[in-house]
Design a protein around this ligand. Sequence first.
Ligand code: HSE
Length: 381
Amino acid sequence: MKVAVLGFGTVGVGVYEMLGQAEGLEQGTVLVRAGKNDAAFKRTSIEDIISDPEIWAVAEVMGGIEPAFSYASAVLKAGKHFVTSNKALVAEKGLELSKLAYENNAGFMFSAACGGAVPILHNLSLAVESDKILSISGILNGTTNYILDSMQRLGLDYEEALKDAQRLGYAEADPAADVSGMDALRKIMLACAVAYNMLPTEGLLNEGIENITAEDVKHFMVRGYTCRLMVRGGRTDESVYAYVEPVLFRAGAPECSVMQNNNMACYEGENSGRISIIGQGAGRYPTASAVLRDLSGILSGRKYMLRENCRAVKAENDKFKQLYYVRLPEAMASLIPAESVDVENKTARLITKPLSVQEMHSKAAEIRKNGGKIFFAEIGG
Ligand code: HSE
């Protein structure tokens, strides 16, 4: 079965190469930008792909919303299967694309958009058929894990570690999506859609790692904590919770052993218990392997990750309370209800009273609005 590839960057080249060796799949044409059509298998017009009756499926690995969305819509309307690694596309347009896919009896899969090679969406989409997913969590951004790990184990400062992550190709073209937690947030949105049949599109909260300093790292490391940027999602009565924030873990927690740019995706099934999968969340062949996994799935009859009636919901992040570690200016410390406060050089470091995710993120926004610099992290297991 011939597969066309949209985009011939890092992942596109990997997908194309792997198609040459995959059972039941064949290399089709590749869509490239005008001026880059320097080989017989390359095209610059999506029409050439849509109108080619030999093309059975299309793998989109170009990223961004447009033109990816227009191309995806045209592919699905033509009744061809569509597989993508594009998390922004699925987070924003996934429900529209899913509708088109069902209407045209075409497959729509996006394993590679969440966790790279780590088969979290694949496993969730199978698990929901026979188990109830109680919660989802994990480290789903390699760039921020690399930065945190480099700061904690190697003593690098933030800027140095970020530059390394960019040089090694882990970061997005604009690393703001990584360090702000936005990239990880899109991934938990997709995981909730697969696990709960609800795509949270409002009420989402993400705190990244842009505000962490080497001083913060020293401070919580001497207290035996390791920091990781975590996604969390799960059911509430009416909807789901879904958020991203730094979390401090005690030595020995499995999250502490996730080094460099690795991802760790976890879910808890009512019957399966906790399942954790660790592996490469980005890069040419790891991401391409997830695209190929979806294509093989379609070949064997598994065409969808989203159910036909999946709907958009507002996330509810105010349903449970937890403790936070917070660093902020001493003069603003009274704005946060605290169990304990340490003050040194006009900087307060405190452990909060139990706060909901919504409350903690709102307090941080208020402090920033008033010109205060704040770092906070949930105190995890
Ligand atoms: N920039 C992303 C990361 C790439 O660092 O995880 C994979 O989605």
